[in-house]
Design a binder for this molecule. Sequence first.
Ligand SMILES: NC(=O)c1ccc[n+]([C@@H]2O[C@H](COP(=O)([O-])OP(=O)(O)OC[C@H]3O[C@@H](n4cnc5c(N)ncnc54)[C@H](O)[C@@H]3O)[C@@H](O)[C@H]2O)c1
Length: 354
Amino acid sequence: MKPYKIALIPGDGIGPEVVAEGVKVLKAIEEVDKNISFSFTTFPWGCEYYLKYGKMMDEKALDLLKDYDAIYLGAVGYPGVPDHISLRDLLIKIRRGFDQYVNLRPVSLLHPDLTPLKAKSEKDIDMLVIRENSEGEYAGAGEWLFKGNPEEVVLQTGVFSRKGTERIIRYAYEEARKSNRTLTSISKGNALNYSHVFWDQLFEEIGMEYPDVETYSYLVDAASLYFVTQPERFGVVVTSNLFGDIVTDIGAGITGGLGLATGANINPEKSYPSMFEPVHGSAPDIAGKGACNPIAAIWSVSQMLDFFGLEDWGSAVLQVIREVLKDKESLTADLGGRATTEELGEYIIEKLIK
Ligand SMILES: NC(=O)c1ccc[n+]([C@@H]2O[C@H](COP(=O)([O-])OP(=O)(O)OC[C@H]3O[C@@H](n4cnc5c(N)ncnc54)[C@H](O)[C@@H]3O)[C@@H](O)[C@H]2O)c1
């Protein structure tokens, strides 16, 4: 049996703590299911590596990673290294280099007690945000003119190619059709008079091929309001890189916080490895204390299993997360409990393989 080859980039802060728990889940699955096998290789990249070697990862990082079936990442970023360096020189390099143009971020309420929204339950908050992940506002294009002078000017250019915009919108239509859900596009065509007018146009154009999919199109400001007041409006959501980043933090806010938010960076063609990671950062305020919540990272494992075609295990992991949130026996401090990261991780495994 060929093992699934997984590259681990635990990264900084709480990254290694949560990745350790996710890896334990995969090892537990391998232990009980003799048809599945995983192999792991850890790469020591991140901010510590940067402080030692002046770079966030090896120059040949993409070459070293390209033959893995998946990359499992904790988080990067730490005081002492500017965030734009840690983000751009590792995360964005991998997302771009491996053309992981789909960022799948489920925003699903796993237990009613977790939402600060009055009178909303699991059936009201259950959406899949599909964020464009390779260009748009995060393309890194721009100019810094007359730096340090009074006439200083900075330009940050959004890049919306037809290929890039079409493929993410098409992916979202396919997903909405497959799951028989509505599709909402979030954009800002009234103010971003080139990029988002183009986005809206392509959303309509491609929609002609999917007459069976019920669609909505909201401006990002109104959509942000609806995320909080009427999340039940949303099924599948498609949006640009920046807006997807922001609205999914609102999504985390209405579903229990960053300790529960996950995201998969997908190269649908499988020409390159896809990358699975919790949405949260390295949380320097709680790092090293064994206090962080590993659920987001374990949910990433569920997404990875789905991606490998092991959907039974993917659903089983998510179901156990739901149960653990319901019985409240072993929760970390962010969820009002007293368990350590490891205790919660072990509790999840216990329930998974019982
Ligand atoms: N994908 C990534 O690697 C990623 C994402 C976001 C931020 N960052 C980086 O992380 C660093 C810290 O950023 P930040 O503070 O804005 O965001 P953060 O997500 O690290 O933390 C925000 C807040 O949420 C809490 N939190 C986050 N994850 C948690 C978990 N699993 N369990 C319990 N509490 C959790 C933290 O304690 C903190 O109070 C920065 O350097 C930033 O650039 C990295």
